[in-house]
Design a protein around this ligand. Structure first.
Ligand SMILES: [Zn+2]
Length: 238
């Protein structure tokens, strides 16, 4: 098959009562895949995953479970997804920034506050470092530490690669919402830090970047538009 026929697999499953966007991204050549924020409805995520194939007909093999941060709606399905995948051929690594590990370990406590029950979380296999580059087949990600919404919040930059139909994208977790910024009233949230992260680490990105927030699928927009909205909020916050 010619390389030009190979296009990234880029799929979103909206899960749970918080409507978290769980992203399934896969290399069209090797079938290696990553899940971002498997926050709830693990069965639905796994079902969707099973239905996705690369052009050769091969199934996907999940290499990582990336987490933009450790709020319950982003990590709540992680254990079941990992356990089920490990029964098959994949054995994905659970990845999170270390500053959110305490929050991750307190998943049960988070759940109690919202009337939800969880099992104990599995250990974290990989701690993200700021500016770290991670590759999943032909997909190249870099980690941008953007504390504020939570201490260990990160944004995942997916680098453009036109050969595989990959757009320059930012998976922002809850650091950026559609036309807004993430809340800072939860554990370890800090609005000054959030605005600093956005100014210094997000506004500096290319304005054509596709921004994919952690919640609210319908209106993915370019960074340029997000920036206008965010700027007005930053102005109000002064
Ligand atoms: Zn959150």
């Amino acid at each position: 098959m010619s390389e030009s026929a190979l296009q990234i697999i880029d799929h979103t499953v909206v899960v749970g009562s918080f409507q978290c966007n769980c992203r399934i991204l896969a290399c069209p050549r090797s079938g290696e895949a990553v899940l971002i924020d498997p926050g709830d409805e693990p069965e639905e995520i796994l079902r969707t995953l099973q239905g996705l194939k690369v052009a050769s007909g091969a199934s996907l093999s999940v290499k990582y479970l990336f987490h933009t941060h450790a709020h319950l709606d982003h990590i709540g399905g992680t254990r079941k997804v990992r356990e089920k995948l490990t029964e098959g051929e994949s054995s994905p690594q659970i990845a999170l920034h270390r500053a959110d590990e305490p929050l991750y370990l307190q998943l049960k406590m988070q759940g109690r506050l919202f009337g939800l029950e969880y099992s104990d979380p599995l250990p974290i296999d990989h701690f993200f470092e700021d500016s770290e580059v991670l590759r999943v087949g032909v997909l190249k990600f870099s980690i941008i530490h953007t504390p504020g919404h939570s201490p260990g919040s990160i944004c995942l930059r997916l680098h453009e690669d036109q050969a595989f139909g990959i757009r320059e994208s930012l998976f922002s977790g809850d650091t950026l919402f559609q036309g807004s910024v993430g809340r800072t009233d939860l554990w370890g949230g800090d609005s000054d830090q959030l605005f600093k992260s956005i100014r210094q680490r997000i506004f500096t990105l290319d304005e054509d970047t596709r921004v994919c927030p952690g919640l609210g699928l319908k209106n993915e927009r370019t960074h340029f538009l997000n920036k206008i909205f965010s700027l007005s909020l930053l102005h109000l916050a002064k």
